[in-house]
Design a protein around this ligand. Sequence first.
Ligand code: DMJ
Length: 595
Amino acid sequence: MFPQRPDYVSVNINDGTSFAKSTSRSIWRQWNQLSRFQRNILYFTVIAGIILLIYFLPGKTQLTTVVDESDYDSTKVAQEHQKVRKVQEKHEANHGDRGGGINVEVIEEPEFQPEANQVDNNQIGEPPQHQLQALKFNGPKNDRQKAVVQALMHSWNGYKKFAWGHDSVKPVSKSYHEWFGLGLTIVDSLDTLYMMGLYEEFKEGQDWVKKNLVFDRNRDVNLFELTIRVLGGLLSAYHLSGDKMFLEKAVELGDRTMPAFASPSGVPYSDVNLGMRIAHAPRWNPDSSAAEIASLQLEYRDLSRSSGQPRFEQAVAKVSEHLHQLEKFDGLVPIFINANTGLFQEHSAITLGARGDSYYEYLLKQWIQTGRTIDYLRDDYLLGLVGTEKHLVKRTAVNKHLFLAELIGASREVKPKMDHLTCFLSGTIVLGVHFGLPKEHLQLADELINTCWQTYAIQPTGLAPEITYFNIHNSNDKNQNDMTVKTNDAHNLLRPEFIESLYYMWYFTGNKTYQDLGWRIFQSFEKYSKVEHGYTSIGNVKNIYNTRPRDMTESFWFSETLKYFYLLFDDTRRLIDLEKWVFNTEGHPLPIYES
Ligand code: DMJ
C-alpha cells in the first residue's frame, strides 16, 4: 500500500547544518508526496523561470545577428564616420569636383542567412585555438553558378591530367609551367573548390598538400606572390575546412620567409630562398615594389593570430608603420622602395596599376581585418583616394570616360594609360563605403566600373586587354572611341579584377546589372579562352580570328576569377559574409578580428 499523500506542501525551516545533512533525502521524500497537479505546477514554474532568465540575460544570449547589427549601426560606424570626416576636412582643399550623378546605390542590406557556420578565432598571443569547425557549402544554386563550376572542373581536370603537382597547366601543349615549384594551382584552388562544394576535388588537393608540399628547395621565390597565393591559400583552406595541417604548413612557410624582413630598414627584400633561408633584392633591380611590401600584412597577421606566434604580425606591422611615416605625394606612393634605405625611389612611377595597386587595397583591408581599430591605415587609404582624385582621375576627350592615369618621373608627367589591374579599385571603394567611409567615393567607383566595362565591351572578343591607352587631347573626331590598345598590350591573362569589383558591387547593391555584365564576360571566356583541356590566356583580344592562345592558365584563374564569378552569381549574396571575412588580394578569405 502507498502512503496517503497530503494535499499540501510543507516547508521545514531548519538550522543550516541539519538542513544540509537531510536536504537531499527530505526533498526527495517531499517530491514523492506531491500530487501530480502540484508537480505540474512546479514544472511549469521552473520552466517559466528558465525562459525568463534567458530572455533578460544581457548581451550574447540574444540572437547574435540582431545584436551585431544594432551595435554596428548605432555606434561604431557613426564614430568612424566622424573620424573620417576629420581626415576629409583636413584635406578638403584637395578634393576635385567631378560633377555627374552617382549611379551606385549602396547599401540595401539583405537579411543575412548564413550558409555556413562561421567561427571567430580572434586571439593573439594566446595558445592557438584549433577547434575550428569545418564550414559547409552546398554547391551551385542556379544555372550561371553551375556553368562556373563546370568551367572550374574543366580547368581542374586539365591541370590534373597534365600538370598535377606543378605550378600551372599549359592547356594547349598539354604540359606544365614551373615557377616556384610549390604546386601553386593546387594551393590557390583549395578554397574555391571548398566554396563550390567540390569536396572530392578539395580532398585531392588536401592530400597533395599534406604529402607533397615541401619548402626546402634551394630556389628563389617572390615573397609577395608566395604570400598572397601560398600563405593566403593555406590559411584560407585552414579557416574553411578546420584542418590544422594547413596551419602547420603555413607556419613552416612563414618561418622560412622571415629572413626577408631582416633588412636594415625592416622593409622586406623581394626575393627569398626558402631552402637556404636567405633573402635579397631582385636580380634586375635593387628595389622592392611598394604594392608587394604593403600586401603581406593580411596574411602574416592572420598567421600570427591563428598560430599564437606574434612575430609574423610584428614583422609586417613594422613595414606598414614605416610606410605610414614616409612622405608621399598627396597620399600616393612611388612604386619602388629600397629595402636597405627604407626610402621610396622618388622618381619611380605612381599608379594604381602594376606595383602600386594593392598598397591602397591593403590599407583598407587591414583596417577592416583589425575591426576598424587602427586609424592610420584608414587615414592613409583615404589620403590615397584624395591623391587619386586630385592627380590620377582623368577623362577622355570625346566621351568623357573617367580613367586613372599614371604619373611618370620626377616631373610627374601624366601618362594616359590604365592597366586592367586598376579595375580592382571600384570593389575596394564600395567595401570601404559599406564600412562607413564617405559615400562620395561611390561616384569614382561607379564611373570606373563603367570605363572598365568599356574596355571589355569595345573589343570584338568581349575581353579586356592588359593595358588600355586613352585619348585625352583630341576631341575633334567625335566618332573615335577614345580608347586604344597597342599590339603588345592586347593580351588577356584571365585576370580577375573587374569581376572582383562586379562582385562587391552586386554584394552591396543587389543591382542585377552587375551580374549580367559578369555573365557576358563569362561567355566571352567560354568562347575565346576555352580550349580542349582548360582555359588559356590569349595574346590578342582585338581579333576574333586571331586570338593567339598563349598556352597558360595562371593560378589566379582558379583562386580569383572563377571564385568571384561564382560569388557574383550567388543570388543570396551572402555565401561569404563580408562582416566576418576579408579577401586577400588573391581572393582568399581570412577572418575579421575584433582588433
Ligand atoms: C593576382 O595575383 C592578385 O590579384 C594581385 O594582386 C594582382 N595580380 C593577380 C591577378 O591579376
